[in-house]
Write a protein that binds this ligand. Structure first.
Ligand SMILES: Cc1cc2nc3c(=O)[nH]c(=O)nc-3n(C[C@H](O)[C@H](O)[C@H](O)COP(=O)(O)O)c2cc1C
Length: 368
């Protein structure tokens, strides 16, 4: 009996989690408001067995929450949505903790105030620095790696695995040539605007951006998300078309066309890199195929090329067209390639047509 109770206790303990985060206030909060946050927190937390501490220093909150994993997930969701603060950065998430640091406090709230105190100033500077560097590092970090970190998983310990994904490559047409012709500011503006459109569209449709290689976005969707991947491609093309339309005649944006290649199949997902730099990404035959399909868009003169597996995985009634069978580099046999019967597919320019257009529109404004 005792053994069973002990077992249950250790199972209960094993599921505990501790989260440490910092955030910034959205507006000035009075002493009473901070007090009230503390009181509500202590009341709510004691009901669900969460303990911890909330420290407020000038414009920053620093909070530790520990308790049952599900209870922590629920309260964190509520805290995240609270409009009184913003820029919540998880500094540490530990899973399967066996001991609480603050077993007696449902949520002890400490307000460190006063402007002249050198220690407070130092703590404030430290929190400000942590918040700023997190904001910068987050932008340089792959979303999947950030997700691991907020879930309390050290991404470096994640083992590589074989899995099925839908891989998407999206690349500008003639970028190397065009980037030599236009001022560097325009090149940077257009590349950033293009990567923004690709990434936000892919993320909006449930995909994950794995990495950028120059002007190329490499992303993936889960198996079974063929429709989302195709919708994302069409939205990218729509938005890129709008970007072209919004620009005057001799601006690099006017010549922004892209190709998209989509392939579904097995990939190896995991950490690939070195002690100098690590990527959490996908690789393998399916990834190569998506890259080859993207390159093939120039040959088939359509901005979207898909593998048969993508078509087979789709549930929606897309107007697929078989554009031919191609011997793609790295593939053993020739592969049927598909595009869509859609007006967006006719809005495509290959390298040589782009150059011709650019010469006509820009004359001697650009230097070859
Ligand atoms: C910095 C900060 C920390 C908070 N910490 C907690 C907490 O630990 N537990 C909690 O229940 N609410 C916390 N809150 C309040 C929640 O965001 C939310 O307002 C509250 O849980 C709503 O409770 P109610 O639905 O009972 O009114 C915090 C709010 C802020 C701004």
């Amino acid at each position: 009996m005792l053994r069973l109770a002990k077992k249950a206790q250790s199972r209960e303990r094993a599921k505990m989690k501790r989260i440490i985060y910092i955030s910034t206030v959205n507006r000035h909060l009075s002493e009473e408001e901070i007090e009230s946050i503390g009181q509500i927190s202590a009341r709510n937390n004691s009901g669900v067995g969460i303990t911890g501490v909330l420290i407020s220093v000038h414009d920053y909150f620093f909070q530790v929450l520990e308790g049952d994993e599900d209870a922590i997930a629920q309260v964190i969701e509520r805290i995240r949505r609270d409009p009184r603060h913003k820029d919540m950065h998880i500094l540490k998430a530990e899973t399967e903790i066996t001991e609480r640091h603050f077993p007696k406090w449902s949520m002890r709230t400490i307000r460190l105030a006063g402007s002249g105190d050198i220690i407070l100033q130092a703590i404030r500077d430290m929190l400000q620095n942590i918040a700023q560097s997190h904001r910068v590092i987050e932008r340089y970090t792959q979303p999947s790696v950030l997700k691991f970190l907020t879930e309390g998983v050290n991404p470096l310990t994640v083992l590589p695995r074989k899995t099925d994904k839908i891989v998407l490559f999206c690349d500008m047409v003639g970028f190397s040539y065009l980037s030599d012709m236009f001022p560097v500011e325009q090149v940077a503006e257009v590349v950033n605007a293009f990567l923004e459109v690709c990434s936000t569209t892919i993320a909006d449709h449930g995909g994950v951006v794995a990495k950028y290689v120059g002007d190329c976005t490499i992303a993936y969707f889960e198996q079974g998300q063929s429709d989302s991947a195709i919708s994302a491609c069409l939205d990218v093309l729509r938005r890129v078309g709008e970007m072209r339309g919004n620009n005057h005649d001799c601006h690099l944006m006017k010549f922004l066309y892209c190709g998209l290649g989509v392939a579904a199949g097995t990939v190896i997902e995991g950490n690939f890199g070195s002690s100098v730099k690590m990527d959490y990404t996908v690789l393998g035959g399916t990834v190569n195929m998506a890259a080859r399909l993207e390159a093939l868009t120039r040959q088939i003169a359509k901005p979207l090329a898909m593998s048969e597996s993508v078509m087979q995985g789709a549930q929606e009634n897309w107007a697929f067209v078989h554009v031919g069978d191609f011997q793609l580099k790295g593939a053993g046999k020739s592969c049927p390639v598909y595009s869509l019967n859609d007006p967006l597919m006719d809005d495509f320019k290959d390298h040589s047509h782009l150059i011709e257009d650019m010469r006509q529109a820009c004359g001697n404004q650009v230097h070859e």
